[in-house]
Ligand binder design. Structure first.
Ligand SMILES: Cc1cc2nc3c(=O)[nH]c(=O)nc-3n(C[C@H](O)[C@H](O)[C@H](O)COP(=O)(O)OP(=O)(O)OC[C@H]3O[C@@H](n4cnc5c(N)ncnc54)[C@H](O)[C@@H]3O)c2cc1C
Length: 488
């Protein structure tokens, strides 16, 4: 008998899962509410400019290679990757920035010049980061989060103290320079929590940063989505866009029997949801939901964001493809995200100008700029606040980088908390899911298989292993493996 499965959503995790399930012989239908595929990794095009709406940092190239290799393919069969040099640039003040080279030896020199003796500490730190990366990426993050025992092996037992210490403590033990601390604490921000709330074991993100480097798929991150969609189609996956799943219908034995899609019932006997976990549960009757509203409310979510996609009518100076503005107090901003949610007084922000290295993203002589301010999920979002913050950061940007850009804005489009909710059904408008804190790691995250509905599974950034594109690909793999195993 043909095995049918319906997948809700088309983010990286859902797309990855669709490939694994189709390869296994499932008849896969992906239902996406928006008019394009890719989830948070969609694309915005205007007047010859092209912007990635969501992810822009391509880290952990080995995870992408491993994904495509599972289908006898390589990333280069679908897109061309360039290693960025510098990987990125960090501003600490006016005309005061450092560039993070793609070469480790240059990074050691940068550290040594900033703080004598820090190069040696960096070497020890990166040795531990690499070893954690090998343990985490070859094994731990590919576990389905079913049992605590998945985390127990001789390597992790030897490193148990790293689960109970934090990145912040580990970094600050030996390094004293404020700038170097900021640089070393930056990578774990991708995991969605403060460095003081992220286990030291996650220093493997520093190996991903300095050891593996920052890459750019020519044409932008969306080319990766296009690559996976093309792979999925070659495996027979059927995609339906503008397909809003409004209800997951269960029978008296608590099995899914149908989905209500744009008002019409579609019969099904197996469902995997790659939509935000919290939202998916609200599509079920209350008696078959696993987690209460208070459960979700107590969790640490990754920040939301205020984003601007800006077309400039000239080239912008003194910036790199990825540029971080760490000239204000990170701790104060973090408090306003996590501890006392409010619009930040003096926000850190991130800007990217892909057109510096990728000529396809803007017309010649112009620049495509993307600005991101991390914000507390769930806070008020108005047109006025967006505008106020655009001016706040663009004024700072001009001062720090020593140039005038405001009169060169051809257009700008914003995206914020309300859009995350309406476009992706995101819980409190989070941008990238549930953070990886100690109590939100592995088997402590929301489960891949529903404990109440036998034929309902979940994938994506709110379940294992966590936020980010590489984890989403991994999530798709482990969710589909669990489905395949359970149905044999
Ligand atoms: C602004 C931003 C910047 C980021 N930067 C980076 C980065 O640089 N590098 C990195 O690795 N990661 C980054 N991330 C994180 C990364 O993009 C995400 O972790 C990842 O893309 C999430 O994939 P997903 O499969 O979990 O789900 P999503 O991408 O959220 O996809 C879920 C899909 O489900 C659909 N859906 C929801 N409800 C329904 C419904 N009822 N019916 C049908 N469909 C539905 C949604 O429309 C959406 O398409 C960033 C995220 C954002 C938002």
């Amino acid at each position: 008998m043909t095995k049918n499965i319906h997948i809700i959503g088309s983010g990286f995790s859902a797309l990855a899962a669709s490939c694994y399930l189709a390869k296994e012989g499932y008849n896969v239908t992906v239902l996406e509410k928006n008019d394009t595929l890719g989830g948070r990794a969609r694309q915005y095009k205007k007047e010859g400019f092209t912007f990635d709406i969501g992810p822009s940092w391509y880290w952990m190239p080995d995870v992408f290679e491993r994904f495509f290799a599972d289908f006898g393919k390589k990333p280069s069969d679908y897109y061309i990757l360039d290693k960025l040099n510098p990987g990125y640039e960090v501003y600490f003040g006016k005309n005061d920035s450092v560039k993070i080279s793609s070469e480790l030896k240059d990074i050691y020199t940068l550290f040594e010049n900033e703080e004598k003796g820090s190069g040696k500490h960096l070497k020890t730190f990166l040795d531990s980061a690499k070893s954690n990366y090998d343990t985490a990426i070859t094994d731990l993050v590919y576990q389905p989060g079913v049992s605590p025992l998945e985390l127990v092996n001789t390597t992790t037992i030897a490193r148990v103290s790293q689960f109970f210490s934090t990145i912040r403590k580990q970094v600050r033990k030996k390094i004293k320079s404020h700038k170097l601390i900021q640089i070393l604490e930056f990578p774990v921000l991708f995991l969605g929590a403060k460095p003081s709330n992220t286990p030291a074991f996650y220093n493997f993100m520093n190996y991903a940063d300095f050891g593996l480097g920052t890459w750019h798929p020519r044409g932008g991150m969306y080319t990766v989505i296009e690559g996976i969609v093309s792979l999925a189609e070659s495996l027979g996956v059927h995609f339906v866009t503008n397909a809003n799943v409004e209800k997951i219908i269960t029978d008296t034995a608590n099995n899914v029997t149908a989905l209500l899609v744009n008002g019409a019932e579609i019969k099904t006997n197996l469902v995997l949801s790659g939509a935000d976990y919290h939202h998916t549960e609200t599509l079920l009757d209350k008696n078959v939901r696993q987690y209460s509203e208070s459960y979700w409310n107590k969790k640490t979510f990754a920040p939301s964001s205020l984003l601007f996609y800006v077309g400039f009518d000239k080239k912008v100076k003194n910036v790199s493809h990825h540029t971080l503005f760490f000239d204000t107090d990170f701790d104060a901003h973090a408090k306003e995200i996590y501890d006392n949610p409010q619009w930040p007084t003096d926000p850190l922000f991130y800007a990217n100008f892909t057109s510096i290295t990728d000529k396809t993203s803007s017309p010649e002589g112009k620049e495509a700029g993307f600005f991101l301010i991390p914000l507390a999920p769930g806070i008020e979002d108005t047109k006025e606040l967006r505008e106020e913050y655009f001016h706040k950061i663009i004024n700072r940007f001009e001062k720090l980088t020593n140039q005038e850009v405001k009169s060169h804005v051809l257009f700008k489009k914003s995206f914020c908390v309300n859009d995350f909710k309406s476009e992706y059904n995101s819980y409190k408008g989070n941008a990238y899911g549930m953070a990886n804190t100690l109590l939100q790691t592995a088997f402590l995250r929301p489960k891949i298989k529903s404990s109440k509905v036998d034929n309902l599974y979940f994938t994506g950034q709110l379940t294992v292993p966590g936020p980010g594109v590489p984890p989403a690909l991994i999530s798709g793999k482990i969710a589909s493996e669990l489905i395949i195993k359970n149905k044999k």
